[in-house]
Design a protein around this ligand. Sequence first.
Ligand SMILES: Cc1cc2nc3c(=O)[nH]c(=O)nc-3n(C[C@H](O)[C@H](O)[C@H](O)COP(=O)(O)OP(=O)(O)OC[C@H]3O[C@@H](n4cnc5c(N)ncnc54)[C@H](O)[C@@H]3O)c2cc1C
Length: 166
Amino acid sequence: MIQNKFYDVAVVGGGSAGLASALKVAKENLSVVIIERDNTLGGILNQCIHNGFGLNYFKEELTGPEYARRFIEQVQNEKLDVMLNTTVLSIENGFNLKCISSAGLFNIKVKSVILATGCRERPAGAINLCGDRPCGIISAGSAQKIVNLQGKMIGKNIVIVGSGDI
Ligand SMILES: Cc1cc2nc3c(=O)[nH]c(=O)nc-3n(C[C@H](O)[C@H](O)[C@H](O)COP(=O)(O)OP(=O)(O)OC[C@H]3O[C@@H](n4cnc5c(N)ncnc54)[C@H](O)[C@@H]3O)c2cc1C
């Protein structure tokens, strides 16, 4: 168990929502920590290597990682803490975050929590995939992550069900 920490605000999740809200809080001179379970900030943006991001906010066309980088650089220039490889397991009484990292279990006490944990694609069982051996059926988001971030092919003959842009 490592030592407990105290902050005004904890932002759970370091994707685009978490980065933007942490920056806003830091500018209010409150102590803030971003807690991210992954080994890097950026969330889903990191696997969206196509362009099309940033048109509204930066008035230029950026890829997901480029868009994330702009915010990560701002975060690095602000007085706020970032905990990577750290998962929030539970929030007790609204003010006590139970966390786990390679250092072990520890608590973070806060006055406020911003939940910016994104959303999850529903697993195969929840979307009524027929058959009892749906081996090789993966969601678009998982495919994107495996190909774009891990550099591995997911197969050679692929059937895509659905016609969304991803
Ligand atoms: C496959 C896919 C493709 C997309 N493509 C586009 C696109 O082309 N253009 C576009 O505009 N938008 C696109 N989007 C949407 C856009 O990328 C997302 O809406 C946006 O990035 C979500 O940001 P977020 O911060 O809400 O969540 P996320 O980016 O998901 O960030 C949430 C973060 O919270 C962390 N986290 C979760 N639980 C915990 C926990 N308990 N403890 C600690 N950390 C935790 C996660 O590791 C993650 O880093 C796409 C989304 C997906 C899923």
